[in-house]
Design a protein around this ligand. Structure first.
Ligand SMILES: [Zn+2]
Length: 389
């Protein structure tokens, strides 16, 4: 995560540096991937014409500085519990549910294991994690309370429980409508028409996302509309510039319900737990937002002018660590360009193929290479894209 940040600082620094000196003769301008490790200072922010308003999916849904632990304490079943065949059967059900991306079934399996052995911290934690981004978030908070009574040192779990408790209090008087596998929670202030329009958009977008990716439609979607950004930030710890998020649940705010944001987050929801690189997930989510051409940021021109790009290998990890929109904008811009390079060459079938590769074991860091996407082609693609505009 921190490498990604350093890298974008590096490319920003490189772009600024390159712009502040006299233009180099064309003959010495070469396509140069920016190397990240040498920049130690944070340059002044670049001005981005259209700030990215959405951070998207979090690889791990916890707050805290990068110096703090980001993993839950390791938990193992007691010897007695691991000998219990009923718990073994529940574990089998978990595996089966995961294989078919059936989140509700996974939650039920963990819950049944926990009922069999309520004193097992590992089972309390697993149930809580499976339920924390679902309508059962209050039960998840309670399970985490039991877990923390036995494992008080797990600060990551403690943080998650605090956020879930805030969520319980914020959503205390929320309404809920369940329709077509979508469970929508929203404040009473959201009027009837807006609620219906939102449900229809979510439903249609899920259908579209399933079609584009050639994958079965997500079975269950928990969507929550908050009153404002402060409520959203209180339950997600997302950066202040993010306008919507998918962290297992799709979370929006009343004042910013835009179809583009919804479609973007729905694509993240459709991809779900599949292991895809950042560039593919974010590139695809942006591609799916609308039928408009590629979003052209000032960065796109700067990349062309300076013949600079982010090495593909540095666009594998999640970039949610950014706190400033201009840092993330670079990574998002290039991700969309990479996805569109794929579609330009292979059509939308390239998307289905990429996802199938990811599902059948192609590791995220190898996907661009296996798909035959070359760093050397990126700038040529951007040049063609610029002409098309
Ligand atoms: Zn996103």
């Amino acid at each position: 995560m921190r490498w990604g940040w350093v890298l974008v600082v590096a490319i920003a620094a490189a772009v600024i540096w390159s712009r502040s000196r006299d233009p180099a003769p064309r003959s010495v301008v070469v396509a140069t991937p920016v190397v990240s490790a040498t920049v130690a200072v944070v340059p002044p922010p670049l001005v981005v014409a259209e700030p990215v308003t959405d951070v998207g999916r979090f690889a791990d849904p916890f707050c805290g500085s990068p110096d703090e632990p980001s993993r839950f304490a390791d938990q193992k079943l007691s010897a007695a519990a691991s000998r219990d065949p009923r718990i073994g059967a529940a574990f089998g059900a978990v595996e089966q549910a995961r294989a078919s991306h059936d989140l509700a079934a996974e939650r039920r399996a963990w819950a049944s294991a926990l009922r069999l052995a309520p004193d097992e911290p590992m089972l309390a934690l697993r149930y809580a994690l499976s339920a924390s981004a679902s309508p059962e978030f209050a039960s998840a908070a309670a399970a985490l309370g039991n877990y923390l009574a036995k494992v008080p040192g797990d600060i990551v779990a403690a943080r998650l429980r605090s956020r879930l408790e805030v969520q319980v209090s914020i959503q205390e008087d929320f309404e809920r409508i369940d329709r077509d596998s979508i469970m929508l929670a929203f404040p009473r202030e959201l009027d009837f028409d807006a609620t219906n329009t939102l449900l229809a958009t979510l439903d249609r977008s899920l259908d579209d996302a399933a079609r584009l990716t050639g994958s079965p439609r997500r079975r269950e979607l928990y969507a929550v509309v908050y009153r404002d950004q402060s409520e959203l930030m209180a339950v997600t710890c997302m950066p202040a510039w993010a306008g919507g998020v998918f962290d297992g649940a799709l979370r929006l705010t009343m004042d910013k319900i835009a179809e583009k944001t919804i479609r973007h987050e729905i694509m993240h929801a459709q991809i779900g737990a599949r292991k895809v690189p950042f560039w593919f997930g974010e590139g695809l989510a942006q591609y799916f937002e609308s039928t408009e051409p590629m979003q052209w940021h000032s960065f796109s021109s700067l990349m062309l002018e300076n013949q600079a790009y982010i090495p593909f290998a540095s666009l594998v990890e999640n970039f949610a660590v950014f706190t400033e929109s201009h840092d993330a904008a670079l990574a998002y811009t290039q991700s969309e360009a990479m996805l569109r390079m794929l579609v330009e060459r292979d059509g939308e079938g390239g998307i289905t193929r990429a996802l199938r590769l990811a599902e059948t074991g192609t590791p995220p860091e190898a996907l661009a290479r296996v798909l035959g996407l070359e760093e050397g082609d990126l700038l040529a693609f951007l040049a063609r894209e610029k002409v098309r505009r």
